[in-house]
Structure formats: structure tokens, C-alpha cells
Design a protein around this ligand. Structure first.
Ligand SMILES: Nc1ncnc2c1ncn2[C@@H]1O[C@H](COP(=O)(O)OP(=O)(O)OP(=O)(O)O)[C@@H](O)[C@H]1O
Ligand SMILES: Nc1ncnc2c1ncn2[C@@H]1O[C@H](COP(=O)(O)OP(=O)(O)OP(=O)(O)O)[C@@H](O)[C@H]1O
Lengths: 216, 216
């Protein structure tokens, strides 16, 4: 269980607060909008009306007590930047700010944000991967050199088992699941036999993963 | 390589178009805003100025030729709903619409959208998982019963190898990577020895994964 502070109850901030609370974390929310704050009262640990551009108010929140502080203000670039920077100066342990534009992201990272979330661009990147390339549906790029992707089973692999193909030792990727008829099932055995009717979900270095769709 | 139609060059639509094009797909974009369309000309296959609420214009795009059609209009609920529904009536193979609110999503799915993307809520869900629970950083829930999560190494596992612990056969999860000092490295060998300084990234059924953080 963690303690989190969420400043700003726009769509991102509100969904974040509700989900965090649902997962059993201690959630405090702050917003200038009274109606938005009142709406959250039944669901979160603490909900306060306040303008976080006001340093006194920000100080009174006791920001050092939170595991994470989120600045979920998108539209008002100045507010989001000032509040992020102020939180860090007051000793916040870890500040995550929401950005709407790439330039916004750069400023935030240079001025107190430990991490930045950019919902539209992140969603666009995922969609481009998932719907874009033939045979490859990227679920996740954990880092630039580690991915989890879904690929069609190469023809030469059909009818063979994972152990027989020596997938791990030969290609340096892990087959972690298969997808049949849209349903994903974990795969955890070397004697699992692959077939053309399924897709496999592989994990490993992005370049190593990229080899698989190219196999005969 | 796929052919995609993207209607609406807001932040999501624009990032999607650029990334899709970067990945080598054929991209056509349409927007009412001349400046936005012109900005995309160097990067995409075709860029057209047009109001997609106008059925003639929509028809002229030849929507059946595209693998995927994206309706990337968030603010104007009516426009996004009408265009989505119209695309389906004109025979579009697969329509993906962007939603800003949950009620919006429901209407879209009932009126022609094969899939809906909800950037703020999706980002909030991921952030809640990643930053919310102790010892567990959920990267991904591929389905309700398959997850990829990051956990601390249980004390009783420290100093032992993955093969020695018989992780796969005993717990039915795959250790696919480890995270040391913030960097993620793929793990693809049974003789890999675990230590307390790292986190491990495990994949498998969500209930099976949940057992791991509880181990002594
Ligand atoms: N100085 C401030 N102190 C506290 N709350 C603030 C402050 N400035 C803005 N807010 C609140 O932040 C919330 C989110 O802001 P806004 O709607 O501008 O961002 P947004 O990026 O459009 O949100 P989203 O995209 O998540 O819906 C609003 O509810 C607003 O009242
Ligand atoms: N009928 C229409 N035909 C073509 N383009 C349209 C139409 N209506 C709106 N658009 C375009 O769609 C784009 C996105 O719309 P809007 O900015 O309202 O959505 P948004 O959800 O706020 O975008 P984002 O969150 O992705 O930045 C705008 O560039 C707008 O010009």
C-alpha cells in the first residue's frame, strides 16, 4: 500500500485517484474546483480544495509524507510546471507530471519531474505498434532494448515444440504466452507445440524479437 | 506494411500518423484544418483537407481500401460518433475511435467502433498499477488472467538460480527479465542467479503472479 498525492482532477487525475484507491492505496486529492473535490470524497482518503500555485497551501499538504506526488494538470502549462518544481523544492520524494505536448515534457523533466506521463502520445505509440506492422503487435517496450510483442508463428516452427526449437538458447527470446482465437494463455513448458492457428507472445531484446517475424 | 486512414490531427491523431509512417505503413490523413494537413505532407502518403461529417467527402476517401480507419476526434462527440458510424456503413473493415470519456466509449462501441482508445484513462490505469501497489509494478494486463509484473526478489530466492528454484514448473510463471539499478535486462537462462538488489519481471496468470510477492 502506498500514499499518493494527486493534484488536479481532470480526466487523468480523476481516473488515477479512483483506481489507486480501488487498489488499496492511501490517496489524497487536491483541486481548485469544489465540485470535483466533493465528488471524490466517498472514494479517497483525503480530498482538499486548494490552489496549489499558492506555496502556503502546497506546503500545508506535507508533501514529504507521500511516496508519489502526481501533478495531473495538462492545460495550464505554467501551473503544472510551477507546481512540479515547487513540490521538488519542498522535498517531495518522487514527482510524476502529466504532459500534453513534447515541449511541455522537456520542461517538466528539467524542472523537478522524476517522470512524465504523456497520455495521447503514449496511446498513439501503442496503437501504431499494435495496428501498424504486419505480424507484429507490440504490447510493450519496457525499455528501448526490451519488448513484449505478439507475432504470427513462423511456418518453419509449426508443429514443433518450444524445447525442440530451442527458442530460448538459439534466439534469446522467451515465448511467454500464445493467443488462440483472441484469448491469451500463458505458456510455461518446453514441450508446448506451436501451430499456425495461434500467435505467440515473445519477450526479449527488441532486435532479437524482430528476427522472429522474419523467419521462414 | 498496412494502409491506414486517420481522421483528425489532434495530438493523438498526429502522433499516430507520424509513428505509423515511421514504421513504414501507408498513411492517409484528413482534417478540416488546413495548417494541420499541410504540416503532415512531408511525412505521410496522402494528406487531405476535408470535413468528414460530409458524407460525400467521406465516401470519396475509398474507406474500404484501408486496413484500419482511425477517428481521432475527441472534443466533438457528435462528429466522432457520426463519422465512426458512417465509416462502418460505407464498409470500413476495422474502425478504431478515440474516446475522451467512458460514456463516449459506450456510444462509440455501439455505433460502429470495433475498438476504442481512451488515452487518459488507459494512462491512469497503467500509472495506478505501476506506482500503486507495494512490491508490484504492473506493466501490463494482457487479459484478466495474464499479466506481466515487476516484483522484488523474495528473500528465500536470493542467491539461487532460476533453474534451481524450478520457477516455471513449480509456480507456473516465467521470469522474463530482471531490473537492476533501473535498467531492464532480458533473462533467458535457467542458470541465472537472483539477488536482492534486483527486481524480477514475471509473466503468467495474474493469480499465479500474485503468489510471488507473498513468498517468504
Ligand atoms: N493551481 C491549481 N491547483 C489545483 N488544481 C488545479 C490548479 N490548476 C488547475 N487545477 C485543476 O487541475 C485539473 C486538470 O486540469 P485540466 O483540465 O486543465 O487538465 P487536462 O490535462 O485537460 O486534464 P485531463 O486531460 O486529464 O482531462 C482541473 O480540475 C483543474 O481544476
Ligand atoms: N468533421 C471533421 N472532419 C475532419 N476533421 C475534424 C472534424 N472535426 C474535427 N476535426 C479535427 O480533429 C482534430 C482533433 O480534434 P480535437 O482537437 O477536438 O480532439 P482532441 O481529442 O482534443 O485531440 P487530442 O486529444 O488528440 O489532442 C482537430 O484537428 C480537428 O480539426
Amino acid at each position: 500500500m502506498r500514499t499518493v498525492l494527486i493534484i488536479g482532477l481532470g480526466r487523468f487525475g480523476k481516473h488515477l485517484a479512483l483506481r489507486m484507491a480501488e487498489l488499496g492505496n492511501e490517496v489524497m486529492v487536491v483541486d481548485t474546483d469544489e465540485a470535483k473535490v466533493e465528488e471524490m470524497l466517498p472514494f479517497v482518503t483525503r480530498a482538499q480544495i486548494g490552489d496549489c500555485m499558492n506555496e502556503k497551501i502546497l506546503r500545508s499538504l506535507g508533501v514529504t509524507n507521500f511516496d508519489f506526488c502526481f501533478v495531473a494538470i495538462g492545460d495550464n502549462f505554467q501551473a503544472s510546471l510551477e507546481i512540479t518544481s515547487q513540490l521538488k523544492e519542498l522535498g517531495a520524494r518522487y514527482v510524476i507530471a502529466k504532459a500534453d505536448r513534447t515541449i511541455h515534457e522537456k520542461f517538466l523533466l528539467r524542472n523537478g519531474a522524476d517522470a512524465v506521463i504523456h497520455p495521447e502520445r503514449d496511446a498513439a505509440m501503442r496503437a501504431a505498434r499494435a495496428y501498424g506492422a504486419r505480424n507484429v503487435f507490440d504490447y510493450l517496450e519496457l525499455t528501448e532494448d526490451f519488448s513484449v510483442i505478439e507475432v504470427a508463428v513462423p511456418d518453419s516452427w509449426a508443429g514443433k515444440s518450444i524445447g525442440e526449437l530451442r527458442v530460448q538458447s538459439k534466439y534469446n527470446v522467451n515465448i511467454i504466452a500464445c493467443k488462440i482465437g483472441g484469448k491469451i494463455r500463458p505458456v510455461a513448458g518446453a514441450d508446448y507445440v506451436l501451430s499456425k492457428e495461434q500467435h505467440i507472445i515473445i519477450a526479449g531484446n527488441a532486435d532479437k524479437c524482430a528476427i522472429i517475424p522474419e523467419l521462414p
